[in-house]
Design a protein around this ligand. Structure first.
Ligand code: SF4
Length: 650
């Protein structure tokens, strides 16, 4: 018996230490693959079906390896779960003391320099009266905190705008020139990470480290033997955003505030400099007005001349400020940093302006309060490949949704890992017994005006049979609003099932309520398709309105489709279908979360049967029993819910 099979076995340390642990062949299989990848410094892409226990399947070999490992997650929830729950439990069970570090983004750590600047010149730093009180709380806490983690200070919530003045960004950090460098909490957290055996980060931070974007601070990656990416399906999207560029009104206005505050603090704010700084604000306003009325996303070719002219003036103004601040008499680190920022901002905007059309997509975003220029590259695989080549170690990607059917090539191509080993680990759940996939017949085409109403009509008898206990997942906000209006009236009045709708309260509050109520119907889109774990009968029905093709108006999607077209490839079959398949797998995955869970997925979209590509969707779902009669779905719900099912379900 190998060490791993003993650890994951019926009499192993996990079974002994963890209540409810059951040995799973699938979990051991994954752990062995991960262990081999770490030993050989190879690349591995592994899809682990729900219930595999994938977290332990990668953490155990990581802990046993004795090497330095980075675990990167897509969400903060998983980061916290790993750090506070899974790793201490496992380290205890395995009897292995390990140094673990949780590394967060800069915005999570107090910046002593910026706090000092904001307190010295609150009006110029843009601090309103209400925020001064919050800043004072922060200053008091700053005297005692060791880690400087903003989550420690409960009296000032993380979303309080005062934190923007007491934390740093890559742009405004002074790095080694900072007078507080030795006490810097960002630096301290990175040092602790470098000394740890296992470091937990998120995908943004990992990419920042890969790109050496955190100038002035050492990288965490060089000493690493393995990088494990959980929730890896999110990684390509985050990488695309990360390798893009943006220049926005907000960057300029923040620079104006910081420069005035730094100059004041240093006693250097004379009239000429003040005029150069303050001249930027009206220029931002002109550019902002020139874009008004053109929509929230304006394609580059449609940018009006008036906007381009005011943009030029704004960039000239930034360079003029840079020249003014570069005066050797102003040799104060905070001011010098503002000078650099002014130059960098102008350079970045000019780089976006001069990008070639074949490099990526450019556009402007506009809201009544601000505008931003954006650039997104067509593909990021080559850059990711270069980073990995420069830092050879094991790269392990895992998630419940990486393969289309049994094919990993879509994901592998997006992250530039065409030669990686792949493993498809099936869920240990008995889907045939535990669930039904109901594909109703006779629904109109999704482009039909009455489509959403027809989906609601098809869903209602099942919602009633389940006694509420349903998620209704939409692919657009418009359909969500229409569905909510239709369901609220019919369910709340007649059946008394509480209807919870995305947007009524924060996501976590809605989910908490859903679990507590036990007979609620939750309607959502976007973020409710993934990362939601409701076990037991509280969730017995998942209704999906359409195949989740991403909106063709999304500029990121446009950029990628255009990139594929240029290569002579078929973007629909090579990108849109596989992406939609992965999203559908996430949505369907909400239903069965445990060996005892049962329920029905109602997939309303008729294209899953009528279109050729529908097969790719069905072949990628867990092996649920497919049915097409409402009566059968209702019977299954009533039988499996037993005494929990309402008496009258018609
Ligand atoms: S080094 Fe950067 S983050 Fe650290 S205290 Fe100074 S400005 Fe703030």
């Amino acid at each position: 018996m190998t060490n791993l099979s003993r650890i994951f076995g019926a009499n192993g340390p996990l079974a002994e230490a963890l209540e409810g642990f059951r040995p799973r062949r699938e979990q051991l299989e994954m752990a062995e693959a991960v262990s081999e990848a770490i030993d050989t410094r190879g690349s591995l892409i592994v899809e682990a079906g729900t219930g595999t226990g994938k977290t332990f399947a990668y953490l155990v070999p990581a802990l046993l390896s004795g090497r330095q490992v980075i675990v990167s997650t897509g969400t903060r929830t998983l980061q916290d779960q790993l750090y506070h729950r899974d790793l201490p439990t496992l380290a205890g069970a395995l009897g292995r003391p390990v140094r673990i570090a949780l590394l967060k983004g800069r915005a999570n750590y107090l910046c002593r320099h910026r706090l000092g600047v904001a307190l010295a010149a609150p009006e110029l730093a843009g601090v309103g009266a209400g925020r001064v009180r919050a800043l004072r709380h922060i200053a008091k806490w700053a005297e005692v905190t060791r880690a400087g983690d903003v989550a420690e200070l409960e009296s000032v919530p993380e979303q309080d705008p005062a934190w923007a003045l007491a934390t740093s960004t890559r742009e405004n950090c002074l790095g080694q020139e900072c007078p507080q460098y030795r006490e810097c909490h960002v630096l301290q957290a990175r040092r602790e990470a470098q000394a740890a055996d296992l470091v937990i980060v998120n995908h943004h931070l990992l990419l920042a480290d890969m790109a050496l974007r955190e100038e002035g601070f050492g990288e965490v990656l060089p000493g690493t033997d393995a990088v494990i990416l959980d929730e890896a399906h999110q990684f390509p999207e985050i990488a695309a955003q990360f390798f893009g560029q943006s220049f926005g009104a907000r960057n300029v206005l923040a620079l104006v505030r910081d420069t005035l505050a730094e100059l004041t603090r240093a006693g250097l704010l004379e009239a000429g400099l003040r005029a150069r700084v303050e001249a930027l604000e009206p220029r931002v306003g002109e550019a902002q007005r020139a874009l008004a009325g053109l929509g929230e996303r304006v394609e580059w070719e449609r940018l009006p001349d008036a906007f381009l002219e005011s943009l030029d003036e704004l960039l000239d103004g930034l360079e003029f400020l840079h020249a003014g601040l570069a005066d050797p008499e102003l040799e104060v680190p905070g001011v010098r940093q503002c000078a650099r920022r002014a130059h960098e901002l102008a350079t970045r905007a000019r780089e976006i302006q001069s990008r070639a059309a074949e490099d990526g997509l450019r556009w402007a975003e506009w809201t009544p309060r601000a505008f931003a220029l954006q650039f997104t590259p067509f593909e990021v695989a080559a850059r990711l490949r270069d980073f990995r080549a420069a830092r050879p170690c094991a790269w392990i990607y895992t998630s419940a949704t990486l393969a289309v059917g049994e094919d990993f090539s879509h994901f592998a191509a997006r992250v530039g890992e065409a030669d990686a080993r792949t493993r498809l680990i099936r869920s240990p759940f008995d889907y045939e017994r535990q669930s039904r996939l109901y594909l109703p017949r006779g629904l109109p085409d999704p482009s039909d005006r009455g489509y959403t109403a027809a989906v609601i009509d098809a869903a209602l008898p099942l919602v009633r049979a389940a006694g509420g206990r349903a998620f209704v997942l939409f692919t657009s906000h418009r359909a969500l609003a229409e569905g909510a209006a239709a369901l609220r009236g019919r369910l709340e009045e007649r059946d008394r099932f509480p209807v919870l709708v995305q947007g009524d309260a924060p996501r976590d509050a809605l989910l908490r309520r859903f679990r507590e109520l036990g007979n609620a119907v939750l309607l959502g889109t976007g973020s409710f398709w993934e990362g939601v774990d409701v076990r037991g009968p509280a969730l017995s029905l998942v209704v999906i309105d359409r195949l989740p093709f991403a909106s063709p108006d999304d500029p990121l999607l446009k950029a990628r489709l255009e990139g594929l077209r240029r290569e002579g490839r078929n973007p629909f079959f090579e990108y849109q279908v596989p992406q939609a398949v992965l999203t559908l797998k996430q949505g369907v995955g909400r239903l069965i979360r445990d060996h005892e869970d049962t329920g029905v997925v109602l997939l309303a979209d008729p294209r899953v049967r009528t279109k050729g590509y529908g097969r790719a969707f069905l072949a990628s779902l867990p092996p649920m029993t497919v049915i097409d009669a409402a009566a059968e779905a209702i019977r299954f719900l009533r039988d499996s819910l037993g005494s929990l099912a309402p008496l009258e379900t018609a």
